[in-house]
Design a protein around this ligand. Structure first.
Ligand code: IFM
Length: 454
């Protein structure tokens, strides 16, 4: 697998997200986000940590930009923390917040790294959650207002924009299972959050286009390859349901302008969507985008099981609680996620069939493994290196199969705060010593650098 196996112009970048790396949660006039509140709740985060310090990137962004540029990355996908721009989710933008991201974008440009900004990577201002969060339609309007401010202040230094990161997680981990902030377990009503997130995307897209007609705007979904455990009708129905809730509930309104009826039916939400997801909303949600971002990590193999016992933990798949996730025996990462590079082609094909010609980017791909630092301070992460190599080969196969894949961003530049797993899971190609904040490129980073150099 060589760099030259990928076409000219194929973008290779790396990705992070604000709450996972910035720290400095009380600096620069930043307000609280739902993750600040959630992380403080006893038991919410496995190691009891918060993102208060994380990688201290807020104070070390110059060093981190130098690091990624020295490794040879051409693009950097980061996210803008909404509560740094509007502490309470409304009103005039906070100059200190704008300045931080302007300096970041300028230092990237000085080093020839293209900034890609995500507007929402899960850090909703707590003040908006207090008014209903994504269950409220008003949050979508607030999001568009925030997008317009950011485009106005930063659109001269940032051209590539991603509205949302992984609305499945925001909706179903946030409002169905409660594993993520804001930690609510509301069953099928969590699908209302999905609609308001997608509406927020549509409204933000409109706002960005109005303020910066030259902007390239897309959105990012986390898509899974989904297979039935057997050919039985019940297992195939389980696969239909999980593909429906994970993938089609987001792909179809965005790319075809309609929600999948079978999924609304599984959820028992047909009536709510008929009344609330208006034609006008769907017109906005399906307005043409410049690209689709896909975060690909794994495959789900599923089977029909029995209804969960009373008192079981709330599911992230409301209405499909009887479905079980089956192990195929294939190797898994430290997250327990099956390693299945070919699934990356499956999800690209699924998107491509709905929107032929729409450019696709893998906006995240990577893996957590147990890293050890040897006596010389080196981190020989052979498994992560293999994971990346096999997924780059899948990217090459996608290009050869004429899928419109235009770029790939590795998750993640450096170890960071992995949400409900706190600091216990490391996805970085650069090791972070959380005591000293020292950054050390792992073997995977050195492999990436050689690969990018060709
Ligand atoms: O760390 C997350 C990221 O924030 C969103 N996509 C998946 C990654 C790994 O879990």
């Amino acid at each position: 697998m060589r760099r030259s196996d990928l076409p000219d112009g194929f973008v290779i970048g790396t990705a992070t997200a604000s709450y996972q790396i910035e720290g400095a949660t009380r600096e620069g006039g930043r307000g609280d986000s739902i993750w600040d509140t959630f992380a403080r709740q006893p038991g919410a985060i496995v190691d009891g940590s918060t993102g208060d310090v994380a990688d201290d990137h807020y104070n070390r962004s110059e060093e981190d930009v130098a690091l990624m540029s020295d490794l040879g990355f051409e693009a950097y996908r980061f996210s803008i923390a909404w509560p740094r721009i509007q502490a309470d989710g409304a009103g005039a933008p906070n100059p200190a917040g704008i300045d931080f991201y302007r300096r970041l974008a300028e230092s990237l440009l000085e080093r020839g790294v293209t900034p890609w900004a995500t507007l929402y990577h899960w850090d909703l201002p707590q003040a908006l959650e207090d008014k209903g969060g994504w269950l409220s339609r008003e949050t979508a309007l607030r999001f568009a207002d925030y997008a317009a401010h950011v485009a106005d202040r930063l659109g001269d230094v940032i051209t590539d924009w991603i509205t949302l990161n992984e609305p499945w997680c925001s909706s179903f981990l946030g409002y169905a299972s409660g594993h993520h902030a804001p930690g609510r377990a509301l069953g099928s009503a969590s699908a209302h959050a999905a609609h308001h997130l997608l509406l927020g995307h549509g409204l933000a897209l409109e706002a960005l286009r109005e303020v910066r007609p030259e902007a390239r705007v897309g959105t990012t979904l986390n898509l899974y390859a989904v297979e039935p455990a057997s050919d039985s009708g019940a297992d195939r129905d389980a696969a239909r349901r999980i593909d429906g809730l994970s993938n089609r509930l987001f792909l179809e309104p965005l790319l075809s302008g309609a929600y999948p009826e079978d999924v609304l039916d599984d959820l028992g939400e047909t009536e709510w969507f008929a009344e609330n997801a208006t034609d006008d909303d769907l017109r906005r949600i399906s307005a043409p985008i410049d690209f689709l971002g896909i975060n690909y990590y794994s495959r789900h193999t599923v089977a029909a099981g029995s209804a969960p016992a009373p008192g079981s933990a709330p599911s992230a798949y409301p209405g499909s609680e009887h479905v079980t996730f089956v192990s195929t025996g294939a190797p898994v990462t430290r997250m327990g996620w099956e390693i299945h590079p070919d699934g990356m082609l499956d999800v690209m094909r699924q998107a491509h069939e709905l929107a032929p010609g729409l450019p696709l980017y893998i906006t995240e791909n990577g893996a957590a493994f147990e890293d050890t630092v040897d006596a010389d301070g080196r981190i020989d992460d052979a498994q992560r290196t293999d994971y990346l190599r096999s997924h780059f080969a899948a990217a090459r196969d996608a290009v050869e199969a004429k899928l419109p894949l235009r770029g790939y961003f590795v998750w993640s530049l450096m170890d960071n705060w992995e949400w409900a797993w706190g600091y216990s899971r490391r996805f970085g190609i650069v090791h972070v010593d959380y005591e000293t904040q020292a950054r050390t490129p792992k073997r995977s980073a050195r492999w990436m650098a050689e690969f990018m150099r060709g």
